[in-house]
Design a protein around this ligand. Sequence first.
Ligand code: ADP
Ligand code: NI
Length: 215
Amino acid sequence: MKKDDLIQQTAEYIREIFKIEGSGHDWWHIHRVWQLSTWIAQQEGANLFIVEMAALLHDLDDWKLNPQEEAKACKWMEQIGLNADEHKEIQQVIDQVSFKGAEVDTTPDSLEAQVVQDADRLDAMGAIGIARTFAYGGHKNRLIYDPEVQPVLHDSFDAYQKSTAPTINHFYEKLLLLKDRINTPSGQELAQQRHLFMESYLEQFFQEWHKQEQV
Ligand code: ADP
Ligand code: NI
């Protein structure tokens, strides 16, 4: 099968799986990461097929969505008959994309993984990132904010996974740290403005919060 057809088939498969999803990881998140990954890959000269396939499959086995570790991405790649090298390369990208805690180094070793990680992280920032974060918090029954629970910079993936902290804490535990962890120059440029928007959002949030204490 031609590479373009493999990508289109994979997109259709993923679109069906993620069409009803309420935690901020719906099909349009995957679609944005796919499109942004493609653009960054073109700027940076990364292998487009590997990047596009990994972007489409990157959340299929995510621990947040599928705790039972089904290896669906692997099964899908077998089903469409990818050759062993491509399969391995795409799987390596998928395995390196995720954030694992503030103090955990997750810098990918290939350009392709750096590109997909950047696109995924950019979609966690800015106005869309804020929307996704509150969607996830609601999905997990989290409080919006609790002044009695302080943010924690997790030093292990296990501690990060176990956190049940309010959603505002996620900004300090992950989202505001992303700007300095974007791998590629094209990604870094996009991250600046999205970071500033999150900072002004938080400023307004706390202004409103503290206003209640004065009235
Ligand atoms: P990653 O693999 O890096 O976690 P994802 O594409 O799976 O990236 O999505 C991460 C997004 O899920 C976050 O940016 C945020 O919107 C949401 N999220 C994850 N953990 C939390 C949390 N503890 N509180 C609020 N939102 C969260
Ligand atoms: Ni994602």
